[in-house]
Design a protein around this ligand. Structure first.
Ligand code: PTT
Ligand code: SF4
Length: 610
């Protein structure tokens, strides 16, 4: 095979054993890599109903056939497992030298199972792998862990690690790399913690075999030039995703005070221009020529890498209009290994619960000092932090008082930073995302606002599915950063060309979208439904009640909210277009079309198929 290494490293922590598994071209073409490999492995190998924190859960770290090669933004990997936050399929995407060196060490993926007796880390170097003691690392932050591992293994290593939050099984603990790349929102860091796996270190210098090396390298130079020449390039490298704060404010979709409103009075104090004034440098993922990691000095004069989601969720959503302080909370989240989106949701939820008298000794809106203490308490599961470490769905179940209406999650995963009172298409995207309320699969909001904001139309359903195929399907399988495409219009047809030159295989966009992506969506859907069995229903795909029941109280969209009946019609159409039945379960014909008749057969043991 070219492009793919054809090897998966299998690590059993309980038995302290590492073996190599080969896979063939058939498997590669059917699932491509990244999320595709992860979904297939987790579906095949996890028994339904297992505790995500048990040794039976498996953690998959998977790259794609282009990962690690020179080329625009190809330094990413997917990390996946059964989620302790949602109980369903969970994954995240991290840009890191770990992705590059995983592939240069000779592998395409690592599957970790079991549980180590004592804390360990996995060390992989050029087709050799071993489990080493993490005795001196356990308890350290992600920054300290990475620094120590670099001292031991050298600077040319790629490292993924967890902080105290992962060790303490905070349900939204994430995995961090390079002091500012983080991934695995649905608790992938906690899964590592539950396995006593503190870190994974990759080193590699092997060549990734290319089918047409000259053609590949010539394409790559043209790709970089194309990106560099795009109109928005200069502004992108100035602000990156931080430009979105101003855009969201202008369009009344900036999450404010636990998604009550879409506008924040102090947005100027945390927007892209405020960030530029504090910016000290730029960082990014490997092989990227549009690096978007904006590093600022926070109010404690320490470095913090900012992205839109982090600042919106730890700023406007908790009523905090001070970039230096937001940056402290953001840096602490990276150090402790906490997902910023869920953290901002949890803090906003706790503030509202305090206001409504449902939490005693809680936290007032915008109270930075208390927020800072709570972030630490969450990471170490101390006092109120122990409850807040559970995520908004579980906290709301515990405190009651009608709080389920403003617990902002879908399927247990907290909503990313877009208020949906006025954007039904984006609400549908959150509702049908394959890991819970994440924007990454179908960020239709910009298109929706430009075209027909208020409409509940077929076009919106088509757009959600189109984006899910491109973003949740193609980009998550390749594994490539989607930002060159979505932000600078880098054309999608570069990818089949790169794939052809790298692998020698023809994978057209049509095949990618209608076969590979749809197959993966059906497979992940099957994973969720198998977990729920007969209790599965379409209500599991509903966005939070707040957006239907409590209108916005200010701004140009004052009085606006979602319409439940019309939303249900969108969902019905969505199921129909996907070939799923009225409960949202893929039909037997759909599974068969996607080459998943074995999946249908297995799923039928848990729920009837139509
Ligand atoms: C992603 C989610 C996002 S999406 C952000 S900011 W964004 C938050 N970042 C966090 C962070 O930082 N620290 C932290 N402790 N928690 C964080 N949680 C949040 O996680 C990130 C970029 C960004 S910045 C985005 S949009 C794009 N995401 C991509 C994706 O999902 N797939 C893909 N093929 N390409 C992507 N490119 C962009 O990557 P999750 P990163 Mg991330 C500090 O992990 O779980 O997927 O959630 O990966 O390397 O940091 O790059 O405005
Ligand atoms: Fe990483 Fe940003 Fe480059 Fe994407 S655009 S690869 S997130 S640095």
């Amino acid at each position: 095979m070219y492009g793919w290494n054809g090897k998966i490293l299998r690590v059993n922590l309980s038995e302290n054993k590492v073996v190599v598994q080969n896979y063939d071209l058939d498997f590669a073409l059917k699932f491509v890599g990244g999320r595709g490999f992860a979904a297939k492995i987790l579906w095949d190998e996890l028994k339904p109903g297992i505790d995500p924190f048990s040794a039976e859960n498996k953690l998959v770290i998977a790259a794609g056939p282009l990962t690690g090669l020179p080329g625009p933004s190809l330094g990413k990997l997917v990390i996946a497992a059964k989620s302790p936050l949602t109980g369903g399929y969970g994954d995240g995407n991290i840009g890191s030298f770990a992705a590059v060196y995983l592939r240069k060490a000779g592998y395409d993926a690592v599957v970790v199972e079991g549980k180590a007796k004592e804390p360990v880390y996995l060390y992989v170097e050029n087709e050799n792998a071993s489990l080493l003691s993490a005795e001196g690392l356990w308890g350290l932050t992600t920054f300290q862990t990475e620094a120590k591992l670099k001292e031991i293994h050298g600077r040319n290593s790629g490292i993924l690690s967890i902080g105290p939050a992962g060790e303490k099984l905070v349900r939204y603990a994430t995995v961090v790399s390079q002091e500012g790349r983080a991934g695995g929102r649905p608790g992938m860091g906690a899964v590592m913690g539950s396995k006593n796996l503190k870190a994974v270190v990759f080193k590699g210098s092997l060549d990734i075999p290319l089918a047409e090396p000259e053609e590949y390298h010539s394409l790559v130079s043209r790709c970089y030039e194309t990106i560099r020449s795009r109109d928005g390039y200069d502004f992108w490298v100035r602000q990156g995703t931080m430009m979105t704060i101003e855009w969201c404010q202008e369009n009344s979709v900036l999450p404010t005070r636990n998604f009550r409103e879409g506008m924040f009075d102090f947005y100027r104090l945390i927007d892209g221009y405020a960030m530029e004034a504090a910016k000290t440098k730029r960082r990014g993922c490997p092989n990227c020529n549009m690096s978007c990691g904006n590093v600022v000095l926070d109010s404690e004069a320490k470095e913090s890498e900012l992205d839109y989601e982090n600042v919106a969720m730890l700023g406007s959503n908790i009523g905090l209009g001070h970039l230096g302080k937001v940056s402290i909370l953001n840096r602490m989240a990276d150090e402790f290994g906490l997902d910023t989106i869920s953290l901002g949701n949890v803090l906003g939820f706790a503030m509202e619960a305090t206001e409504k008298g449902l939490i005693r000794d809680g936290i007032e809106w915008g109270d930075f000092r208390r927020a800072k203490d709570l972030v630490e308490d969450i990471a170490y599961r101390r006092g109120l932090g122990n409850l807040l470490a559970e995520g908004v769905m579980r906290i709301s179940q515990k405190i009651g008082g009608g709080s389920e209406k403003w617990a902002m999650h879908v399927k247990g995963l907290e909503v990313s930073a877009y208020d949906c009172h006025t954007v039904p298409g984006m609400a549908l995207a959150f509702a049908t995302s394959s890991i819970g309320a994440h924007h990454k699969e179908a960020w239709v909001i910009s298109w929706e606002i430009r075209t027909d904001r208020a409409g509940y139309t077929r076009a919106k359903v088509e757009k959600v599915i189109e984006f899910q195929r491109i973003r949740g399907g193609m980009f998550e399988c390749l594994v490539a950063c989607r930002l060159p495409w979505i932000e600078l219009g880098f054309e999608l047809d570069w990818y089949p060309k790169l794939l052809k030159a790298a692998t020698g295989q023809t994978l057209t966009l049509e095949k990618m979208f209608n076969e590979v992506a749809d197959r993966i969506y059906a497979l992940i859907r099957a994973f969720w439904i198998r977990e729920y069995g007969n209790s599965w229903s379409k209500t599991i795909d509903y966005p939070p009640p707040r957006w239907f029941e409590e209108p916005l109280t200010k701004g140009p969209y004052k009085g606006a909210k979602l319409d439940q009946v019309k939303f249900e019609e969108l969902l019905r159409l969505y199921y129909e277009m996907r070939g799923w039945d009225s409960r949202g379960v893929p039909t037997r014909a759909t599974f068969n079309r996607l080459g998943l008749s074995d999946v249908a057969e297995e799923l039928e043991k848990y729920v009837s198929l139509t």
